[in-house]
Design a protein. Sequence first.
Length: 353
Amino acid sequence: MADEFLDEQDELLEEDLDETAEFEDEEEAGLSGEALIDAFFAQNPDMADGMPLQHDTLHSGFLTLVGRPNVGKSTLLNAIMGKKIAITSSTAQTTRHRFRGIYNRPNAQLIIVDTPGVHKPQDALGEELNESAMKGMEDVDVVAFLLDASMPFGRGDEWVLKNVARSHAQKVLVVSKVDKVDEQTLQSQIDAAREKADWDAICPLSSVTGEGIEDFIDEVCALLPEGPRWFPEDMETDQPLEVMIAEFIREKILYFAHDEVPHAVGVVCEELEYDRKKKLYRIYALIYVERESQKGIIIGKHGHGISRIGKQAREDLEQLLGKRVYLDLRVKVRKNWRRDLNQIKRFGYGEGN
């Protein structure tokens, strides 16, 4: 009985195929595999609408975001990813790592490199961050130069553009923060950048409102070469978890301390362990500053400062890790660490990462 049932199913399947895959040209009956599918959809284009084929070409590659400090590189990375993976603040030099986010589409994988803002360096740390930004343009497929629509085109932008022009990658002009300006101001920024370089695409956008984000991704993916998925589809960043934890903590210090200690702060995640019994992460981190007075600012009166930083950081870390977090923060003084290349590399900043 089972054999009769299978024979009957085979006959029904053959009838089904005969009814569905009929060709006007008899020669096409000898085709097989992808050629057969292509020939069928060529004769039945209405059936192909909304049906992406499994054999569509995959495009993949690396995109670097470059620009002056505070033009919105990390904010754009987070907007593309649809979640917070990079810290942001109004403080210059917020980004100290070459941070990579991994964005996937059915037919594309985009590895986005967020670089430190290019600025005039005042110490060894600044020099390392600039070097990191410049190296971020090496061996990539697309370089996106971010220009703040709300700020006049200046010498800093021009200097970064000279370095962008040396890159062999495809070049995209991104005019950010368009929600803050009118059409005339936006056009003047675009015209200024057009005079300095040739662009493969120009993308005005706002990472806050989401305007232009999808168009930007479309433009970049169209510029990518054919290639494999370099990272698993469920991987959002290649950044070590300990580095992300340290950065989330530093972000809160930048927010609460404002201009009092931001550049003198370095954070290291000393220990990360998961307590299976209590279902929580235990995190022990050290906050480094350069002077005793800065230590006092972070700790605050009766410890209120460090407590506030810890509370806000813990909330973000629990979202990142998906578990409860016990966070232990200590503050230490390490004089002039920003001038000590070994210490800079210990923090993993700049090219020490």
